[in-house]
Design a binder for this molecule. Sequence first.
Ligand SMILES: Cc1ncc(COP(=O)(O)O)c(C=O)c1O
Length: 103
Amino acid sequence: MEPTTGNVDADLIEAAITVRTRAIITLHLYGQMCDMRTIKRIADQYSLAVIEDSAHCAEGDIDGIRPGQLRNAACFSFLATKNITSGEGGAIATNGGKLASRL
Ligand SMILES: Cc1ncc(COP(=O)(O)O)c(C=O)c1O
């Protein structure tokens, strides 16, 4: 864990990957994004999907990168306690045409 943000320490992810790993699920905690450049590099290297839990981070960015921009998908919650709400519900943002069609 990064002590200043509470986000995953991206440098510890690689050691947790096994032959059964299919995806990296990140959580951008309290509006601050994870180190997405490092996470993308690891995901590319191991051919893993990346799903960003962006429930806390609808307005987030890191070095100009927004949730869902670098890899597969970012999930947003519209629960009553979130910055953007409809009471319940959510959304998934993706640049992947095939994934978008399936969703
Ligand atoms: C970080 C995070 N991820 C996911 C969720 C779940 O959101 P939902 O209930 O809209 O599926 C929440 C809800 O509190 C959350 O805080």
